[in-house]
Design a protein around this ligand. Structure first.
Ligand code: FPP
Ligand code: MG
Length: 321
């Protein structure tokens, strides 16, 4: 996977995020702390902490204030993945066994809760109510988005608007909160904070659309199996477009409705989607959300921040090319 170029200050502070993450979950020592440490050091793009730090340059940059928030957002993100893997019964993530696969459902659930609680312990240390509101609102949105995804699984007749609403909650709300947190903790003006948040929403939507494309095209580089959404009955943008183009093909409807589709059905559905224009249409949508995000960033008073946010935008839709 590609990485994204960062300024010296952000690169250095991202290294401090690594030690902050380890410190955050190291006590009290015990199995939960060890699982959390293993999970946090198993890789990850650290995109969300990077957003907090970059957006923290939109006002008075303070590593002391920004680092606990950067650590907290990565902890919430990791907690959500641990829980997501339980719900999806996923056994591989980032090329390694998930906590669910290695430790079972009950330990994974406890480890996810531990990571989540540690995130708020970290952020609470800043005694900034606006920051706490930003992250807790995003955490609530994540739960709602994930629940909505569960409720709509295996339903073949869904809309692009419905899909966008779900990913706004499931993914974009945390991206938006990262950007908002950076602005809040740097004491940026309210209109600037709102612009940062808007950037985060559009970036997060593009990120999830692209993630959903990679579920069809990703291959081994992804570190998780392809076709997972199809096996879970999760209807994403490429599937919606393929259903539209192929007039609700019987094979696609069947794979969405199947509770346990076999490999043959899944591979056939992937082939149908790949042969249609669905992936190109979804890529164009991801591109247009990134363009919107970059345009919003362009209106910020600090053009150096806008430039870094634009680099992140390009990275999000070009992660594996
Ligand atoms: C991964 O997406 C999962 C999410 C973006 C959100 C998961 C949210 C929860 C489980 C809600 C509760 C959690 C907390 C701690 C607030 P994906 O399944 O599309 O990506 P994947 O292919 O990497 O699994
Ligand atoms: Mg998942």
């Amino acid at each position: 996977m590609k990485s994204y170029p960062m300024s010296k200050r952000i690169t250095e502070d991202l290294q401090s995020v690594e030690s902050g993450l380890i410190e955050a979950v190291s006590s009290p020592r015990g199995i939960l702390s060890e699982i959390a440490l293993d999970t946090l050091t198993a890789g990850g793009k650290r995109l969300r902490p990077a957003l907090v730090l970059i957006c923290g340059q939109a006002g008075d940059y303070s590593s002391q204030r920004l680092l606990p928030a950067a650590v907290a957002v990565e902890l919430v993100h990791t907690a959500s993945l641990v829980h997501d893997d339980i719900l999806d019964r996923a056994v591989i993530r980032r090329g390694a066994p998930t906590v669910y696969a290695a430790w079972g459902e009950r330990m994974a659930s406890a480890a996810g809760d531990f990571l989540f609680a540690k995130a708020f312990e970290c952020l609470a240390g800043l005694s900034d109510p606006a920051a706490l509101v930003a992250l807790s609102d995003a955490a609530v949105a994540l739960c709602l988005g994930e629940f909505e995804q569960m409720q709509t699984a295996h339903l073949p007749h869904q809309s692009v608007e419905g899909y966008l609403g779900k990913i706004e909650r499931k993914t974009a709300a945390l991206f938006a909160a990262c950007c908002r947190l950076g602005g809040i903790l740097a004491g940026a003006d309210e209109p600037e904070i709102e612009a940062l948040e808007k950037y985060g929403y559009d970036l997060g939507i593009a990120f999830q659309i692209y993630d959903d494309i990679l579920d069809f095209t990703g291959g081994a580089a992804l570190g998780k199996p392809t076709g997972t959404d199809l096996r879970d009955g999760t209807v994403t943008m490429p599937m919606l477009y393929a259903m539209d183009e192929l007039k609700e093909s019987r094979a696609l409807v069947a794979v969405i409705e199947a509770l346990n589709p076999d490999d043959r059905e899944v591979f056939h559905a992937i082939e149908l989607v790949e042969r249609s224009c669905a992936l190109d249409r979804a890529k164009a949508q991801a591109r247009s959300f990134v363009d919107r995000a970059i345009a919003v960033a362009g209106g910020l008073s600090n053009q150096a921040v806008a430039k870094q946010l634009s680099t992140i935008g390009e990275f999000v839709i070009d992660r594996y090319s």
